[in-house]
Design a protein around this ligand. Structure first.
Ligand SMILES: NC(=O)c1ccc[n+]([C@@H]2O[C@H](COP(=O)([O-])OP(=O)(O)OC[C@H]3O[C@@H](n4cnc5c(N)ncnc54)[C@H](OP(=O)(O)O)[C@@H]3O)[C@@H](O)[C@H]2O)c1
Length: 386
């Protein structure tokens, strides 16, 4: 019997690549799909994959989908994702939603004891401790989709506890690698969206340009693998061939290599613990010739240090960091603030909202809302002074 799979965020970059993986696999059957408002694409996907239930977060988009598509059920609104997950009788959920909107469905899937293929790193950044506790309580597995964490998951699989010294996560460096801070004042949205090695959605591409993406990944690795922050390193590796490394207690260091193609970690997460064929080019080291490495320039790319500090502070700090980042990136993409002001908005939001204790998912929702309000005010101030 194929595994019954729900794909949340199926109209995005990861979602579309996941459907490509599924279309080549006999092991998987898609039973539910969701999007925010891209209803036409979602309906096309549902028809192409014989899916009977879809959900749209946007009410208007859901109403239009329900009018146009009568072959199945259209769920709508804020509760739609939870309803989709709990009603789909699925074995596995792929959460490929962007942003902290992914936290509620992560909690819904894990709460039901359903295994989770997790692309939505923001779920772990915002609610890492509670999310990991929930998975442990229900026995649901979290299999990372992020290429760095997929690599770590594979490298750590055979290692008994106590043998791992350090996790080393690689970063491409993004489109502005090698530039000084002073050269980033006037960069455009188009320049920031031109990632050198990965083709991804808009938000993560900007996060890659600021290196916030690497900061979010350090927090993600901390929660997924229970590793203290001081034992998680980041190294810039512009070719994106090595996805992560694990340094062991006996002096050996293991690395995971491959050309950058998200279908590889997506396929790993969807088929785990099995492996299936993925039509990617085998790595040719002779053709590649050389691999290079550099330290991160934290003066120019302040977001990585902000994320690390928020992770170490713990409590609501990573939630505040994430909310401020989402607001600032949205404002940058909309042309309201400059590139360097993204880090400034996040830093000042963190200063104005000190870390509080996390008692429940409700306390995270409150911290998220408060941080968004503060970050929104800061964006307004920057936009007026521009
Ligand atoms: N892209 C990559 O290569 C990559 C690699 C590693 C990790 N990730 C992580 O994977 C996640 C998805 O990234 P992506 O690049 O695929 O993003 P994306 O292309 O922007 O797609 C996001 C998906 O989420 C849906 N969505 C957006 N806001 C939503 C909301 N409020 N409620 C419900 N659904 C919502 C979108 O629907 P609409 O189409 O209707 O807007 C779309 O289906 C992110 O957390 C990212 O950090 C991505």
């Amino acid at each position: 019997m194929p595994r019954r799979l729900a794909i949340l965020g199926s109209t995005g970059s990861i979602g579309v690549q996941a459907l490509d993986v599924v279309s080549r696999s006999d092991e998987l059957q898609v039973v539910a799909l969701s999007a925010s408002d891209a209803w036409e694409t979602l309906v096309e996907q549902a028809s192409a994959h014989g899916v009977g239930r879809i959900a749209l977060a946007d009410e208007n988009a859901a109403a239009r989908a329900a009018e146009a598509w009568t072959d199945g059920e259209v769920l709508r609104g804020p509760e739609a994702l939870v309803e989709l997950i709990t009603g789909a009788q699925c074995d596995l959920v792929l959460n490929a939603i962007v942003g902290s909107a992914g936290l509620v469905p992560t909690v819904a899937a894990l709460g039901e004891g359903i295994d989770l293929a997790l692309a939505n790193k923001e779920s772990l950044v915002v609610g890492g401790e509670l999310v990991m506790q929930l998975a442990e309580a229900t026995g649901a597995a979290i299999i990372p989709v992020d290429s760095e964490h997929s690599a770590l998951h594979q490298l750590l699989a055979g290692e008994p506890p106590g043998t791992v010294d350090r996790l080393i996560v690689t970063a491409s460096g993004g489109p502005f690698r090698g530039r000084e801070r002073e050269q980033l004042h006037d960069v455009t949205v188009e320049e920031a969206l031109a990632h050198p090695t990965w083709r991804m959605g808009g938000k993560i591409t900007i996060d890659s340009a600021t290196l916030m993406n690497k900061g979010l990944e350090v927090i993600e690795a901390h929660h997924l693998f229970g590793m203290p922050y001081e034992r998680i390193d980041v190294v810039v590796h512009p070719q994106s061939i090595i996805h992560s490394l694990v340094a062991l207690c006996d002096g050996a260091t293991l690395a995971h290599l491959g050309y950058p193609d998200m279908r590889v970690p997506i396929s790993y997460a969807l088929h785990y613990p099995e492996r299936v064929d993925v039509p990617v080019r085998p790595l040719d080291l002779i053709e590649q010739g050389s691999l290079s490495f550099e330290p991160v320039d934290t003066r120019t790319f302040g977001c990585l240090a902000l994320a690390r500090a928020a992770g170490e502070a713990g409590g609501t700090a990573p939630c505040t960091l994430n909310a401020a980042n989402e607001v600032a990136v949205h404002a940058f993409l909309g042309g309201r603030i400059g590139f360097l002001e993204i880090a400034a908005v996040i830093e000042r939001t963190l200063e104005r909202q000190p870390a509080g204790r996390v008692h429940s998912f409700e306390s995270l929702a409150a911290a998220d809302a408060e941080a968004r309000a503060i970050a929104g005010e800061l964006v307004e101030a920057f936009a007026q002074n521009a």
